[in-house]
Ligand binder design. Structure first.
Ligand SMILES: Nc1nc2c(c(=O)[nH]1)N[C@H]1C(S)=C(S)[C@@H](COP(=O)(O)OP(=O)(O)OC[C@H]3O[C@@H](n4cnc5c(N)ncnc54)[C@H](O)[C@@H]3O)O[C@H]1N2
Ligand code: MOO
Ligand SMILES: [Mg+2]
Length: 404
């Protein structure tokens, strides 16, 4: 990353564009073959090519009767065989029909299926059809979904439940995926204590570490837990220097202008500071750069700032390093259920909910309040320099778009 320590605040888009460019320049290209059962959350290293047609043979979409339409002259047909899903039918005897069930292969010669609701089985074993029949009805043709050789998922696809199901439907037992990014999580702050320990004077429990570790695991990262770092330049340098074998150092706290904010200082002195001070609220002092060649993203320590900057900047960065193309949440426009009278110079991400079709922000938007995000269903984006009246449209980004 090159230094851009200019005065003024950097717009969110510009910061994201730089981060994504940096991510592309340091893409994680190594891959590994994993079992389908271990592939959730991973990213495909190559397109998934179909090795069979789907469906593999013509089959019935209904429980009913299969026939060759030209054999039907309006008269009842003899039932010559019974075909369940999972069985191998005999060719259809001319002039007859076959009892058939949903998902069962059509017998050779059959081209039409009638559902049993429109059929009457007589005591003589013949079936009468009450409705007009159309050739091909209720038949799921071989290859109608996928043909051998089709690319069904591009490289760079994140494997969620649907993609895993698609791979399973094609019989893939293993997939080639990008290796997991190794991400070191550091929490900085003399005041931090882990849950389970007693709180001393002036201390608080470390919540950011839990948020980030759980989130990174969901993202398919290998987490190196760097624990808590005291606010000390030497210790900060030593801790960063010891993490030479990770793909990213992700820290919280110590990035603002306070005398105990050593992360940025360490990068300035011995690494490179590429981004600092964004036009985003919360999250202004987000700090990015590298330390002895290892990329570093220093998230601001306030819990809501950590959350917003990880979700909107660090998460896209990590996904892009894996080759994922669409990394930004889309969100959708919604009417404001509140007013905004003071235009700001930072883009605000309010922790908000949807109530009666309107965006309602949590009453306490302090960046120290993690509870706001637990209450919220998403972020309401208030652009720089804008005012809002009730009913004005703004972008709502559901948390579900960024938490995975
Ligand atoms: N004079 C100024 N002061 C501050 C500015 C500024 O522009 N001028 N910016 C403010 C903004 S905005 C933010 S955001 C914070 C960022 O601070 P740091 O990233 O340096 O973080 P710390 O100072 O270390 O901590 C801030 C806050 O968060 C709490 N914290 C830190 N880590 C954790 C954790 N792991 N779990 C829970 N809570 C954590 C910490 O106790 C502080 O309360 O700076 C403002 N100051
Ligand atoms: O940017 Mo800070 O995150 O507003 O509190
Ligand atoms: Mg600070």
């Amino acid at each position: 990353m090159s230094c851009c320590d200019k005065p003024g605040l950097m717009p969110v888009e510009a910061a994201l564009a730089r981060l994504l460019a940096q991510a592309e320049a340091s893409a994680i290209v190594e891959c590994e073959r994993v079992k389908l059962s271990d592939a959730a959350g991973r990213v495909l290293a190559e397109p998934l090519l179909a090795e069979l047609d789907l469906p593999p043979w013509d089959n019935s979409a209904m429980d009913g009767y299969a026939l060759r339409l030209v054999d039907w002259n309006g008269e009842p047909l003899v039932v010559s065989q019974r075909i369940q899903a999972g069985s191998a039918p005999q060719p259809l005897q001319p002039g007859t029909c076959a009892r058939i069930f949903t998902g069962a292969p059509l017998p050779a010669g059959a081209d039409t299926v009638e559902m049993q609701e429109n059929a009457v089985l007589g005591e003589d074993g013949r079936v009468a059809f009450s409705e007009p029949l159309k050739r091909g009805q209720n038949v799921r043709a071989r290859g109608q979904e996928t043909r051998v050789g089709d690319s069904v998922l591009p490289a760079g696809t994140r494997l969620g439940p649907i993609e895993l199901g698609l791979a399973a439907s094609l019989g893939c037992a293993e997939l080639n995926v990008r290796r997991r990014p190794r991400v070191a999580v550091l929490s900085t702050g003399d005041e931090l204590v882990e849950p389970g320990q007693p709180l001393g004077a002036g201390q608080i429990y470390n919540s950011n570490r839990r948020v980030l570790i759980a989130w990174l695991q969901r993202l398919g990262c290998e987490v190196v837990d760097g624990g808590i770092l005291l606010d000390d330049l030497e210790q900060t340098r030593a801790a960063l220097g010891a993490l030479s074998d990770v793909d990213l150092i992700l820290s919280t706290g110590g990035v603002s202008v306070g005398e105990a904010d050593f992360l940025g200082m360490a990068l300035r002195e011995e690494g490179e500071l590429a981004l600092w001070k964004l036009a985003i609220k919360p999250g202004k002092p987000l700090t990015c750069g590298q330390f002895r060649g290892v990329p570093v993203i220093g998230l601001p320590g306030n819990p809501a700032s950590t959350l917003v900057t990880f979700g909107l900047l660090a998460r896209p960065y990590l996904l892009r390093r894996l080759g994922v193309q669409r990394v930004e949440p889309l969100g959708f426009p919604m009417p404001a259920g509140f007013t905004w009278s003071k235009p700001g110079n930072r883009r605000e991400y309010l922790r908000a909910r949807l109530e009666n079709g309107r965006v309602v922000p949590y009453p306490n938007q302090s960046s120290g309040v993690l509870r706001s995000a637990a209450w919220a269903e998403g972020f309401a984006e208030v652009l720089e320099g804008t005012t809002l009246a009730e009913g004005d449209s703004l972008r709502f980004i559901p948390l579900s778009e960024i938490l995975g």
